[in-house]
Ligand binder design. Structure first.
Ligand code: NAG
Length: 405
């Protein structure tokens, strides 16, 4: 019986021991679980916090982005406003310029500055002056028989770019030959057989180079009917108009011109000493009498003898003028600003008094970045040969009849 008891006791003890052991294990596991749970709770809390923080951050950034977007929008609006204001200011400036400096007006030839040869009839009586009125009427009707006025610029063609920023090119209406005066002075002129030849040539190759017996001064020459007319002014000497026969290569005539040597006709192109224009009606000269005289003067010469037939004060200011040309006895003066903007005809002078202010065109040339060094009118084709920053440009014009004609 005793061993059984012993076995039982020992078994019970063992059982108790095992129980103990398992209990311990259970406790341990439970503790671990609790710890894990705690940690999970902690992670959960943390991730929740992160999530909230993330959301807050997202909200903040969205707000910031929205704010930036709003600011960008208002900035853009401001910029647009500023651009509109600049545009308006530019237009206003154009307007003010138009109102102030050279007026867009037609100046009547109601005052003949001097007539005939200078100083020949300095002392005249009243009677003689009245008599002159009669003569004047007669002169008026014969100064110009042509009755056209420019109504607009129909088209522009930029032909090519040859030579210096300043220069001059023109076409003899009678022979269709092209003459290129590169730069602002020199003794050479390039001749091409046609506009097409000129536009096809590389530079001035393929041209005939004409060496003149003296230098031409300023891009103010003219070619008509086989004669080349140019201004000659050797350092500080008087100004001369020279007539050169292109066929024989000789100077056929020259005449002094009564201008002060340093007075240039267009303030924006001081190299142009005087500007010649030849057409079927004669040889016209645009010039300045002296530096103190603010206006551009116009003279009509006999193209054969170079006699001065008549002179007028156009009352078109030299200030801000860049070029001018003569069409049918009407001088069109082109103005610009020192920082080249749009060239425009803003002063018109008709030797026949036929162009009235209302029909004087305020012509704007198409916007370009340079300015015209010269503008030469060709009466046969009714187009202008312009030299703009080294580009050779042709402007086609539209014409209408003068109202009073
Ligand atoms: C035009 O003249 C400029 C100087 O004024 C010169 O450098 C240039 O070579 C000339 N161009 C031609 C084609 O004669």
């Amino acid at each position: 019986m005793k061993p059984v008891f012993v076995l039982l006791v020992s078994t019970a003890w063992t059982l108790t021991g095992a129980q103990h052991y398992y209990q311990g294990l259970m406790d341990y596991l439970e503790n671990r679980l609790l710890a894990i749970e705690d940690r999970m709770q902690l992670w959960h809390d943390q991730s929740h916090r992160y999530h909230t923080e993330m959301q807050d951050f997202k909200k903040l950034t969205t707000e910031a982005v929205d704010g930036l977007r709003r600011e960008h929008h208002s900035l853009f609006k401001d910029l647009e406003g500023a651009a509109a204001r600049v545009d308006r200011a530019e237009r206003e400036m154009d307007y003010v310029e138009m109102q102030t400096s050279p007026r867009a007006c037609a100046n009547m030839a109601d005052k003949v500055v001097e007539q005939g040869a200078w100083g020949l009839e300095e002392s005249r009586g009243e009677e003689e002056e009245e008599e002159e009125e009669g003569d004047w009427e007669e002169l008026q009707s014969r100064v110009s028989d042509c009755v056209e006025i420019i109504s607009g610029i129909r088209s522009v063609k930029i032909l090519k770019r040859v030579g210096s920023p300043k220069g001059m090119w023109t076409r003899d209406p009678r022979s269709s030959k092209i003459y290129v005066f590169n730069g602002t002075s020199g003794d050479s002129v390039y001749q091409f057989n046609s506009v097409r030849d000129f536009s096809r040539s590389a530079g001035v190759t393929g041209s005939r180079q004409i060496r003149l017996p003296s230098d031409w001064s300023g891009p103010g020459g003219a070619v008509y009917n086989g004669y080349l007319y140019y201004i000659k002014q050797e350092a500080d000497t008087d100004v001369q108009v020279v007539k050169y026969d292109l066929l024989s290569g000789t100077v056929t005539d020259s005449a002094m011109f009564p201008v002060e040597s340093h007075a240039t006709v267009y303030k924006l192109n001081p190299e142009t000493v005087a500007d010649l224009a030849a057409d079927a009606e004669g040889l016209w000269v645009l010039y300045a009498i002296s530096d103190s005289d603010p206006n551009i003067h116009l003279a009509k010469m006999d193209p054969t003898t170079l006699d001065i037939e008549q002179i007028w004060d156009t009352r078109c200011p030299r200030e801000s003028a860049e070029a001018a040309f003569v069409v049918c006895g009407t001088a069109y003066v082109v103005y610009n600003t020192r920082l080249a903007s749009r060239s425009r005809v803003q002063c018109v002078f008709d030797v026949n008094d036929m162009v009235i202010s209302e029909e004087a065109p305020l012509l704007y040339f198409p916007r370009r970045y340079g300015s015209h060094a010269s503008l030469k009118y060709n009466p046969e084709e009714k187009q202008l040969y312009g030299w703009d920053d080294g580009y050779q440009i042709i402007y086609r014009l539209t014409m209408k009849r003068k109202l009073l004609a």
